[in-house]
Design a binder for this molecule. Structure first.
Ligand SMILES: [Zn+2]
Length: 91
């Protein structure tokens, strides 16, 4: 079982060799395919690791939460400037 886990974690080879074109290529930068004939080797990564991670993130939802955070901070700044947080100050 441990050997199976280690084999599963082993990274895929970076370079593949297309027999038809006699061309060596890195599938991470060619969308997982041979750039000449389009052959797709099995198990080849289609993108660099950072891009695969970035593609998993839902950036619209992240942007929505970031916008909500900014709006809360702006609301707190305005409330502080208006004296609403610590009670109204009277001169
Ligand atoms: Zn090819």
């Amino acid at each position: 079982m441990i050997a199976r886990m280690l084999l599963a974690r082993r990274p895929a080879p970076r370079a593949f060799f297309c027999e038809r074109d006699e061309w060596s290529f890195d599938p991470r930068y060619t969308c997982g395919r041979c750039p000449i004939c389009g052959w797709a080797p099995a198990g080849a990564p289609a993108a660099p690791r950072w891009l695969e991670l970035a593609n998993r993130v839902d950036w619209e939802l992240f942007g929505l939460f970031a916008l909500a955070d900014v709006l809360v901070v702006l609301g707190l700044i305005v409330a502080e400037a208006a004296g609403l947080l610590h009670g109204a100050r009277r001169p």
